[in-house]
Design a protein around this ligand. Sequence first.
Ligand SMILES: Cc1ncc(COP(=O)(O)O)c(C=O)c1O
Length: 383
Amino acid sequence: MKFGTKAIHAGLEHDPSTGAVMTPIYQTSTYAQASPGDHKGYEYSRTQNPTRAALERNLAALENGKFGLAFGSGLAAIDSVIKLLEPGDEVVATNDLYGGTYRIFIKVFEPLGIHFRFVDMTDLDEVRKAITERTKLIWAETPTNPTLKIIDISSLAVLATEAGCLLGVDNTFATPYLQQPLKLGADIVMHSVTKYLGGHSDVVMGALVVNDEALAEKLYFLQNSCGAVCGPMDAFLVLRGIKTLHLRMEAHCINAMQIANFLREHPAVDQIYWPGFEDHANHEVAVEQMKDFGGMVSFSLKGDRLEDAMKVCSGTEIFTLAESLGGVESLIGHPASMTHAAIPAEERRKTGVVDSLIRLSVGVEDIDDLLEDLEQALNQVQS
Ligand SMILES: Cc1ncc(COP(=O)(O)O)c(C=O)c1O
């Protein structure tokens, strides 16, 4: 099946008891057994639920993987990955990570004895230097958040194989429509399903997809043992969202391209981060491993004044000032005080998250309205 067909059909069947075309919401915690252990494959909904199972099969198919797991949030999915490790193990991670990922690594797992090294993964020598015999996992986010660097997944996979460790990729920004890390050699793909997969800003959810059966068994064990699963209603909403993933992503990419081009010409804008520009430092890698350049655009303002960034973020009318991304509606955010506030100021500035940096999650509204909205907000800074 091609992607658009998979998004609508993969892993799904008409309900065997009624013929319902849409997967029903199996809002049940438990399942009748004829005699102890004699059941229809479902015992208790933390372990297995038919609506969640349909979503997990669908997610696996979209990522070209064999096994999918859905969690209560993206961070719950990451939590299970790090619990594969033991005290003394090391992780080499992208230095330009989502703030919450940085926080769980440093504040939750570092005190439990797992050590994290953060490097600029666009420089493969940096990654090579950070790997030791204790490295058990390389964790990459690409495009990175919020400065949209592109990391070469195939090259990281080679380094991970040489080091005998796992490669995990947070594919939240790209989605499987634009990039499929398992095909490029990754072992684990992770999603904040909350974002593009859900697509309508109405669900918090996470997911993992893997190909290796032994790894999948360990992760299913952790999913059930730690219990951070999603509910059946949320699984239903995401199944519905995914049916238009390919259509939405195409619209996001076209709108983001037009906005990036508009910002590039605007006199108030300083740096602009969008991997579609030919002079973007990692443009070639993006062309190689992505189908298009995604719906995210970040930019900083001339003079790098916090108060100017605040004016722009509060001045838009169609772009809503809010955390999160990936929904059909456009959002505007200020990483330094919002998504990346958990990262110490010095660390975040090193990765380009300066005080005036603004991040756009470009939605699928009419482009003329979006451009007009940005123009009037940016003009408030100039006046
Ligand atoms: C790239 C990325 N990874 C992980 C997460 C965490 O996911 P969640 O908020 O669903 O726990 C986020 C949330 O913003 C994210 O943007």
